[in-house]
Design a binder for this molecule. Structure first.
Ligand code: SIN
Ligand code: FE
Length: 299
């Protein structure tokens, strides 16, 4: 694939860590790199499964109505398991991964330790190659996008995600990663529809959204959709291809870093939310970038 002028060190930064907990000399660099929209890549950080947990790597365990199995560490609730008898074992795996993720935050992003909110994680068992057949272009995560959730407005809160490839057959997770957010936003903003507070109120009344969409949520969702539906951007937009082998882990702000999953199977993903005010440099948030570019208060 063409690399379109985006050099890897600008986008992906590698870290040598091989333990989920332990000292890290580079913690202050990590938070800055992450907040600039870079992907922190840990090529030697494996999440090991026991032989019994290896048996859980089976797409048949996912409820056919759902894309993934998900676990809320706050309430211990698990969703998307096809048969109830497997729930305790999968809950244990997802709880273990949550605890490991906390260890990694403590090690690499200690400033965030006390301020991350709403931990939810997922076990992704389906091959990426089988996504496209079943979903609409809007839900197609093989297209470059920044994350924005249609039914869950987040008022500028950051979406921090930790991913680890647990494929037992040597298969890489393959991503495309796009340009820095300020550049992306400056190009798309002129194409986005205006915000209607009435429409936002109505969508909430009709239960399309859980809370009313803010101007920020409107812009992020529009940008998500415009990026995915723009064939020229998908093909010719600045991007690199990055392979994440089994036994590797990576972290990014998925609301900021354009990403697309191109291949692979079997992955764990941990999400945390973070308030803009709790960032090391709040000016780097998509909310701040969009407010600067529009000269408007967006939440
Ligand atoms: C996404 O977050 O868009 C998909 C990432 C993946 O499943 O590799
Ligand atoms: Fe995404």
């Amino acid at each position: 694939m063409a690399e379109h002028n985006l050099v890897e060190p600008q986008t992906v930064v590698s870290y040598p860590n091989s333990d989920w907990r332990g000292s890290s000399a580079a913690a202050s660099a990590a938070v800055n790199e992450l907040e600039q929209g870079k992907v922190l890549f840990f090529p030697h950080l494996a999440f090991s499964l026991t032989p019994d947990q290896q048996k859980l790597l089976d797409p048949a365990l996912v409820d056919p109505k759902r894309k993934n199995i998900s676990y809320d560490a706050g309430s211990h609730q698990i969703k998307g398991v096809a048969s109830a008898d497997k729930e305790p074992e999968i809950r244990k795996l997802l709880e273990d991964f949550y605890q490991s993720s906390l260890g990694l935050i403590e090690t690499v992003l200690p400033e965030y330790q006390a301020v991350l909110r709403k931990p939810v994680n997922s076990l992704r068992l389906h091959p990426v190659s089988e996504w496209t057949n079943s979903s609409s272009w809007r839900k197609d995560d093989t297209r470059l996008h920044v994350d924005a959730f249609p039914s869950r407005p987040n008022y500028g809160e950051r979406i921090l995600r930790i991913f680890t490839n647990i494929n037992p057959n040597g298969e890489d997770r393959v991503w495309r990663i796009g340009e820095p957010f300020p550049q992306l936003a400056a190009r798309y903003l002129p194409q986005l529809d205006g915000f209607s507070p009435f429409k936002s109120w109505l969508q909430h009344k009709l239960h399309i959204t859980k809370t009313p969409r803010s101007h920020y949520d409107h812009l992020m969702l529009q940008m998500h959709d415009k990026m995915k539906s723009d064939a020229d951007y998908q093909k010719n937009g600045q991007q690199i291809t990055q392979r994440f082998p089994p036994g590797s882990t990576w972290i990014c702000f998925s609301d900021q870093t354009p990403h697309a999953a191109m291949g692979g199977q079997f992955m764990l993903e941990q999400t945390f939310l973070l308030s803009v005010k709790d960032m090391h440099n709040p000016e780097a948030a998509p909310l701040s970038t969009l407010q600067r570019l529009t000269s408007k208060q967006l939440v």
